[in-house]
Design a protein. Structure first.
Length: 119
C-alpha cells in the first residue's frame, strides 16, 4: 500500500482545506477533530507522509518518533489534562478501523471515558 497524497490530512498539511489548529512546528501538526467524541478530542499528526502507526515506526527517524510523542505530552498539558488524565488512540489499518490513511494519534479527554478496547 502506498501513501495517498490526496488523503484529507495531506490536504490539511498543504493548507488546501482548513483545520482548527492547536499546535504546529516543522515536524508536527495538531488540530481539533471535526467530530469530537469527548470534550477534548485532538488529532496529532507527523508532517511526513506516513500511512499509519506501523509505517511511521518502521520508517521514520528515531528522533522524529521521539519528537512526536513529546509533543503529544506537551499538548495534553496545553489542555491541562495531565492531572485528570486522557486517552491516546491510534487506529491502524482496516481491522484497526483507520479511516484516514495518514498516521494520527487521537488525544481524547476532558471527561471520564468509557471502555474502548475490543469489538
Ligand atoms: P481514524 O478513524 O482513526 O482514521 O480517525 C479519523 C478522524 O479524523 C475521525 O475522528 C474524524 O472525525 C476526523 N476527521 C476527518 N476529517 C477531518 C477534518 N477535515 N478535520 C478534522 N478531523 C477530521
Amino acid at each position: 500500500m502506498s501513501y495517498d497524497v490526496n488523503n484529507i490530512f495531506a490536504r490539511i498539511l498543504r493548507q488546501e482545506i482548513p483545520c482548527n489548529k492547536v499546535f504546529e512546528d516543522d515536524k508536527v501538526l495538531a488540530f481539533h477533530d471535526v467530530h469530537p467524541k469527548a470534550p477534548i478530542h485532538i488529532l496529532i499528526i507527523p508532517k511526513g507522509a506516513y500511512i499509519n502507526f506501523h509505517d511511521f515506526h518502521q520508517h521514520a527517524e528515531p528522533e522524529t518518533i521521539i519528537h512526536l510523542y513529546k509533543k503529544v505530552a506537551d499538548i495534553a498539558e496545553q489542555f491541562n489534562l495531565q492531572q485528570s488524565g486522557y486517552r491516546l488512540i491510534t487506529n491502524c489499518g482496516v481491522d484497526g478501523g483507520q479511516e484516514v490513511p495518514h498516521y494520527h494519534i487521537h488525544l481524547v479527554g476532558g471527561d471520564k471515558l468509557g471502555t474502548a478496547v475490543g469489538k
